[in-house]
Write a protein that binds this ligand. Structure first.
Ligand code: AKB
Length: 336
């Protein structure tokens, strides 16, 4: 079988690095990466090509390639986006639209649907207060779609754009013989935690930051209250979700956008796990009202029954396996 040509944008970010490594390990892909930054050491030799620069300027180049799959990971995350919402909108929305347009053009031109895989986020949800959040419990995809952040608005809108370009672009579906449309699929990720990389600019970052600081013997002041609860997931499960959704037969998908869940510890539970593993860890709480407000608007858990039913989704790591078998052994080895 010939190699499938894959574009990974935001390849130097946390999900990007883990995804490119997983694709290279599987084999059968010709990988092109794109990012503002140069390739990190962890990715050296893995992609066939790395396109460096602002996606808004580089996206046009991608018309020269025939991608089978696009993983569009580049984004400005929730906390960072609030520092310059208009710039975040340009990165998160305009970059996505340019790639969707390119994928729509290629799908129609070659009569073969380009798969467009989009990581959305629990940031698309917006619950008005903590009481409502607690009462809501696990939220379904169509509930509480009232984001409080620019990033959440961008993700929700890009989900809609993906559906538009894949089903209704220029109302082509009404033509007597409609062209092939692109194949848009999205997962709404919880906070992802890697043992090897740290997130930047997100609001779920307190979880991974706390553990990485403890492992390095550095003090950490957590920016949310101890009782804060949002969903998290081990990075290997995040990659598994992206790859499972990519490979799922089209006819089995009943929707374009899927929740995926794993476990939901409080910030205090993160602290307790860090203290058990690193008893000398110094972890305090210094609440940042703005960042607290963001996580308070995110659900404490998601209902992922559609992903389980349609494409067999199930995480490998529950909270105990996550800490005991993934995070702690790997983070210890990573920091020596
Ligand atoms: C963030 O905190 O912005 C991200 C996310 C939950 O999408 N990690």
């Amino acid at each position: 079988m010939s190699e499938r040509v894959v574009l990974v944008t935001g390849a130097c970010g946390e999900i990007g690095q883990a995804l490119v490594q997983a694709l290279a390990q599987r084999g059968g892909y010709r990988i092109v990466t794109a990012d503002l930054r140069p390739l990190p050491k962890t990715l050296e030799g893995l992609p066939q090509e790395h396109v460096r620069g602002n996606l808004l300027h580089t996206a046009k180049q991608f018309y020269d390639y025939d991608f089978d799959i696009i993983f569009h990971l580049a984004a400005s995350l929730s906390s960072k986006a609030e520092t310059d919402p208009e710039a975040a909108h340009r990165i998160n929305v305009e970059g996505t639209m340019m790639l969707l347009q390119m994928a729509a053009y290629k799908s129609a031109k070659y009569g073969k649907a380009v798969k467009f895989i989009f990581p959305s986020s629990i940031a698309v949800y917006g619950l008005p207060d903590v009481e409502t959040k607690t009462a809501a419990g696990r939220v379904r995809e169509e509930e509480w779609n009232d984001p409080h952040t620019m990033y959440g608005c961008n993700k929700l809108y890009c989900e809609k754009l993906g559906v538009y370009y894949s089903r209704f672009y220029q109302q082509r579906h009404l033509d007597p013989s409609p062209p092939v449309m692109l194949d848009f699929r999205a997962v709404r990720f919880p906070g992802l935690v890697s043992a090897f990389t740290l997130p930047t600019g997100g609001t779920s970052d307190y979880g991974p930051e706390m553990l990485h600081a403890a492992a390095q013997g550095k003090p950490y002041a957590c920016f949310v209250r101890p009782d804060t609860r949002i969903p998290f997931m081990a990075m290997p499960d995040g990659i598994k979700a992206l790859l499972m959704l990519t490979e799922a037969p089209r006819e089995q998908l009943t929707r374009a956008v899927y929740n995926v869940g794993a476990f939901s510890p409080t910030a205090e539970e993160f602290r307790q796990r860090a203290l058990q593993a690193f008893p000398a860890a110094e972890i305090t709480f210094r609440v940042n009202a703005r960042r607290q407000g963001i996580v308070d608007s995110w659900p404490e858990a998601v209902d992922d029954s559609a992903a389980r039913a349609d494409w067999g989704w199930a995480p490998d790591y529950d909270v105990d396996r996550f800490f005991d078998e993934y995070l702690l052994p790997n983070i210890r080895a990573f920091y020596g």
